[in-house]
Design a protein around this ligand. Sequence first.
Ligand SMILES: NC(=O)c1ccc[n+]([C@@H]2O[C@H](COP(=O)([O-])OP(=O)(O)OC[C@H]3O[C@@H](n4cnc5c(N)ncnc54)[C@H](OP(=O)(O)O)[C@@H]3O)[C@@H](O)[C@H]2O)c1
Length: 246
Amino acid sequence: MTDEIIKGTKTALVFGGSRGIGAAAVKRLVEDGFAVAFTYVSRPDRAVALVQEIETTGGKVRAIHADSADPQAIRDAVAKAVDAFGPLDAVVVNAGILRLGTVDAVSLEDLEMMLTVNVRGVFLSIQAAVPHIRDGGRVITIGSNVAIRTGFAGSSVYQFTKGAVAAMVKGIALDLAPRRITVNNIQPGPTETDITSDMLDMLSERSPLKRVADTSEIAGVVSYLAGPESSYMTGASLTIDGGYTL
Ligand SMILES: NC(=O)c1ccc[n+]([C@@H]2O[C@H](COP(=O)([O-])OP(=O)(O)OC[C@H]3O[C@@H](n4cnc5c(N)ncnc54)[C@H](OP(=O)(O)O)[C@@H]3O)[C@@H](O)[C@H]2O)c1
C-alpha cells in the first residue's frame, strides 16, 4: 500500500475514461477519494460532461485528449496527469475498440487498429506510466471474457487482442513485483455501453442471468483492485460476466 493511499490523497489515471466502463471507473475512483485524470480521443463532449458532473460534486478530475494509438500522445498524457495531480497510485487501461469480421473478411486496417489500440496501446500505456507509479501502486487493465470464450463468429481478432492482455499482465506483474505494484486484468462480459447498444436484447438472452452488466458493476471491481484489500492479488484476470462463459 502506498503512503498516499494510507493518507487518503490518491491519484489515478484512466486511459479511455470518457464513456462506458471507463467513465464508470472514473466516477467510482473519485468516490473512493482519488483525484482522477482520464484520456479520451473522439468524444470531447462526453469528456467535458463527465468533468462537469464530477466537479459539481467536489471531485478532482482532469480530461486529457490522447489517442492510445499514438505512443507520443500516451507519454504526453502521463506527463499531464502527473503534472495535474502528482505521482500515480492507480492506472486503469480501459481504452479499447471492437471491430467485427470473419477471418475471410476482416480488413488489414481493422486488424491493425485493434492490435494498435487493444494490445500495443495497453502495453505502451503501462510502460509510460510505470516510472510515475508509486511503489505499492496498482495497474488495472480491462480485457474481456471473450479471452475465455468467444461465442460469436466474426470476433477472432477482438478475442486474441483480449487474450494478449490477459497474458501481458502476468509478465508485467512479475516485472513490477519488486516495487510491490500489482497488475491485474478485469474481464467483463456484455456490459451496457455504446459498444453493445445495438445487441443488448441478444446478449441478455444469452446470459444465464438474462441481463447485461451495468457499468457500475465493472467499476466495483476496478475499485476493489485499486484499493487496499486486493494487495496480495497480482497477475490475475478476474472475469465478471454473469456466468456468460460457464
Ligand atoms: N461493453 C462491453 O460489453 C465490454 C465487454 C468486455 C470488455 N469490454 C472492454 O471494455 C473497454 C471499454 O469498453 P466500453 O464498452 O465502455 O466502450 P465505449 O463505450 O466504446 O468506450 C470506449 C472508451 O475508450 C476510449 N477510447 C477508445 N479508443 C481510444 C483510443 N484510441 N484512445 C483513447 N481512448 C480511446 C473512448 O474515448 P472516446 O469517448 O473519446 O471515444 C471511450 O472513453 C474496452 O477495452 C472493451 O473492449 C467491453
